[in-house]
Design a protein around this ligand. Structure first.
Ligand SMILES: NC(=O)c1ccc[n+]([C@@H]2O[C@H](COP(=O)([O-])OP(=O)(O)OC[C@H]3O[C@@H](n4cnc5c(N)ncnc54)[C@H](O)[C@@H]3O)[C@@H](O)[C@H]2O)c1
Length: 260
């Protein structure tokens, strides 16, 4: 299905990005992998080409897209996968302004910058696929990280806007919303290790993306149970918030209040 297509994947030196790149290589695509540091070793290992740039720097994104298109032809699929997360600190607004700004730039604006560079030619060509790796935190919440939750919600919303505004131009968006996946981001993270819904491998997420593209489905739910939680949040919001609060207490090892 992806034979000879040009695919760019950001944040792909390891983890989910690398697995997505490997999936596209295995399916015949020409794949450009990008990360902050030139991901030469990964590129050599998986048969992709390496580009080093900061996905949250608009000028660098623009020139990297130009370079990839000069090397391989027009980009058919752009996977905006680079992401960052950090904890709340002492309370919900305890993270520094710098950590919130970094989350906003990498988790949201990186996709805006890439879309800004790609949309004019995609609209003209009448095709293009924009994939955003958001998170289940973008549909639900990440306990312990308000900045991650807020920016991943914005990432889901931007992906929806692409689909809503540009389906008429033949452009498609997909939004990847996993729970915990075994990568550098979750290394040593107790909450992930103890997750009751299971810890997936990055390749599971890549296969879920392939299936969603084939089925032309917007949401990529590698943990299918997320659809149930999302429906619960939409229909019983107060129950959902109370349940998340209890889960937070359990995670923190606090005693749950007795119900009255
Ligand atoms: N691991 C999980 O449980 C999980 C769950 C849901 C969503 N996600 C999302 O999946 C994506 C990939 O994360 P991962 O789990 O593979 O972790 P990871 O840490 O292995 O990968 C993230 C990559 O993004 C790169 N990156 C960070 N800032 C960048 C920037 N400004 N420019 C270019 N590259 C940058 C990092 O160098 C790293 O290689 C992220 O968006 C993350 O939020 C992860």
């Amino acid at each position: 299905m992806f034979k000879d297509q040009t695919v760019a994947v950001t944040g792909a030196s390891g983890g989910i990005g690398r697995a997505i790149a490997e999936m596209f290589v295995a399916n015949g695509a020409k794949v450009a992998i990008c990360d902050l540091e030139l991901p030469m070793e990964t590129a050599t290992e998986i048969g992709a080409s390496a580009y080093g740039f900061d996905a949250s720097n608009e000028a660098q994104v623009k020139s990297a897209i130009t370079a990839i298109e000069e090397d391989f032809g027009p980009i058919d699929i752009y996977v905006s996968n680079a992401g960052v997360g950090s904890g709340n600190g002492p309370h919900v607004a305890g993270g520094s302004n710098e950590s919130w700004e970094l989350a906003w730039q990498v988790n949201v604006m990186a996709s805006v910058y890439a879309a800004r560079a790609l949309m004019p030619s995609w609209i003209e060509r009448g095709s293009g696929r924009f994939v955003i790796t958001a998170s289940a935190a973008g549909l639900l919440n990440q306990i312990g990280s308000a900045s991650y939750s807020a920016t991943k919600h914005a990432a889901v919303s931007f992906a929806e806007s692409i689909q809503i505004e540009h389906a008429q131009h033949g452009i498609r968006a997909h939004c990847i919303c996993p729970q915990y996946v075994r990568t550098n981001m979750t290394k040593g993270f107790d909450m992930a290790e103890n997750s009751k819904d299971g810890f997936l491998e990055p390749s599971d997420v890549a296969e879920a993306l392939k299936a969603s593209i084939e089925a032309d489905k917007f949401l990529v739910l590698s943990h299918p149970v997320v659809a149930d939680y999302f429906a619960h949040r939409a229909t019983k919001h107060d129950d959902y918030l109370a349940g998340m609060g209890k889960l937070r207490q359990k995670m923190a090892g606090e005693t749950l209040p007795t119900s009255k």
